[in-house]
Design a binder for this molecule. Structure first.
Ligand SMILES: Cc1cc2nc3c(=O)[nH]c(=O)nc-3n(C[C@H](O)[C@H](O)[C@H](O)COP(=O)(O)OP(=O)(O)OC[C@H]3O[C@@H](n4cnc5c(N)ncnc54)[C@H](O)[C@@H]3O)c2cc1C
Length: 474
């Protein structure tokens, strides 16, 4: 009944019974599958992904830089996950990008991060990526200005090399015997004897002895529904909300040439909140992301010099942890982003920093005169009509603080795109240190509320695979 798909490596099997089904084809799910299949070739493993195969993940915004509101966003969904078009910055440590170090202990987390790095090296066919080392001089400069530089070694693959590496890895998984299903959106996981029955939006059903949920940030609703259905308790996690900032690349070159990606924390003066600058893209592009119909800003950059822009971009996000009785932080962040989309006529809005400080909106005319040319076609507008006072104050104070170590950051022509948000609010309470939610169902990666990056998500994927391999009686 099933046949070979294009490219020759996506095969639909007749037999729908698996030892392990992995829901989600991002780096976490791919690394789990890799470790499981490599260490036990008898295992029957499937990865089911709600998005498309990598080669067909095309964002229509590429043509005119405007989000086309696709039902399934090609930027965040599909094989290789949210990381497919990422800048491919691979953190060689645990200083940021999640709390796996706290969960597993630093040594164990670093051991698994190194393993992910080694696997990616094996499939990185376009040269050896550059590693940026931590830098004492810049750290001191930040400390002297009340800023904390989060510093560790970072490997930079670039969007193009990262894409190719993931493509090679997925092809290898298929050749190893892992079944890869695209456009398979899992809608629920039901108990079925000693195992599980997985239901899909396309009407398909798969059976598995064990399940790994690897649905990333975009699968937050799926995880919430799973937890509710199976009585798994969840804890409220924090959210980060703010803007994507774009300026001339030269302003941050002292940092980016030495450490590639400055990640800086600031405790704001007025509210004493934590604000962070992160996800830095040298010579990069600002991009729009569709999260279930809500369009938010993000950014990436290519490694190839001919694809570099004159600009750099990064996020400045303010962290909020809600307390009782409020327990809907994700909805809060979504509503703020929705408001930006409402004002921006279905798009992200962009404002010049100078206009924000003067209390006026940016219009098309002012934008056309700007020295920083926007790399995303966003709607010129007023971010102060969107962001709550506390968050906006935190962002403005952070921009002025950053200006002390990279003068020009608070330039009037600096562009702010709203909104960008990161939410990790569903944090399930695990049964044990194997990250099991219920007997035989594990959770990994960004969707677990623990990881916020490629290296920790991949590391958690291998770690959980090892826990399963240690307890196999399939
Ligand atoms: C534009 C961008 C740039 C980034 N840049 C970097 C970077 O340079 N360095 C870095 O470390 N991190 C970066 N990140 C973050 C990084 O991509 C993520 O932390 C990482 O991909 C998380 O891996 P994951 O496997 O947990 O989840 P994801 O990569 O999000 O994969 C989850 C997959 O599950 C699928 N899915 C969701 N729900 C279902 C369902 N119900 N059924 C079936 N499938 C489902 C999704 O389609 C998705 O493909 C970036 C993210 C974005 C969006």
């Amino acid at each position: 009944m099933y046949s070979l798909f294009y490219g020759g490596y996506y095969i639909m099997p007749d037999n729908k019974k698996y030892d392990i089904v992995i829901i989600g084809g991002g780096i976490g799910g791919l690394m789990s599958a890799y470790r499981l299949q490599k260490n036990n070739s008898n295992l029957k493993i499937a990865i089911t992904e709600c998005g498309n195969v990598m080669e067909k993940r095309v964002c229509p915004a590429g043509k005119n830089s405007t989000c086309a509101h696709c039902k399934i966003c090609s930027i965040t969904n599909g094989f290789a996950g949210a990381g497919a078009f990422s800048d491919g910055k691979f953190n060689l440590g645990t200083a940021y990008g999640g709390t796996l170090g706290e969960e597993l202990g630093e040594d164990t987390a670093n051991k698994y991060i190194n393993e992910v790095d080694n696997i990616l090296n094996e499939y990185c066919t376009s040269g050896i990526p550059k590693v940026y080392k931590s830098n004492d001089e810049l750290r001191l400069k930040c400390i002297q200005n009340n800023l904390r530089l989060l510093d560790m070694n970072v490997k930079h693959l670039g969007t193009d090399n990262n894409f190719l590496t993931m493509q090679n890895l997925i092809k290898a998984l298929s050749e190893m015997g892992v079944d890869l299903f695209h456009f398979y959106e899992c809608t629920s996981v039901e108990k079925n004897g000693g195992g599980y029955k997985l239901l899909y939006a396309n009407g398909e059903i798969l059976y598995a002895n064990r399940v790994i949920i690897a649905t990333g940030r975009s699968g937050a609703n799926f995880v919430a529904a799973f937890c509710k259905e199976h009585g798994v308790k969840t804890r409220s996690n924090h959210i980060d909300i703010g803007v994507r900032v774009e300026m001339k690349d030269i302003i941050w070159r002292e940092f980016s040439s030495k450490i590639y990606e400055p990640k800086i924390l600031y405790k704001t003066k007025t509210f004493e909140d934590r604000c962070r600058m992160f996800c830095f893209n040298q010579g990069g592009l600002v991009s729009a992301e569709n999260n279930h119909g809500i369009i938010t800003a993000n950014g990436h950059s290519f490694a190839q010099s001919d694809k570099k822009t004159d600009n750099c971009n990064f996020a400045i996000l303010s962290s909020i942890r809600f307390t009782e009785p409020f327990n809907q932080p994700t909805e809060y962040a979504e509503n703020i982003s929705r408001l930006a989309n409402m004002i921006g006529k279905g798009n992200v809005i962009v404002q010049r920093f100078g206009d924000l400080i003067r209390g006026r909106r940016t219009n098309e005319h002012r934008l056309s005169q700007n020295t920083v040319i926007p790399t995303l076609k966003a709607t010129a507008g007023d971010i102060s009509l969107v962001l709550p006072h506390r968050i906006l104050t935190n962002i403005i104070e952070t921009i002025y603080a950053l200006d002390k170590v990279a003068p020009g950051t608070a330039n009037v022509d600096t562009l702010l795109y709203g909104c960008e948000s990161k939410y990790y609010s569903i944090r399930p309470v695990f049964m044990n240190d194997k990250f099991e939610l219920i007997d035989g169902v594990y959770i990994i990666g960004d969707g677990s509320g623990i990881c916020r990056g490629l290296s920790q998500s991949g590391a958690m994927g291998i770690y959980v695979a090892d826990q399963i391999l240690n307890n196999l009686n399939v």
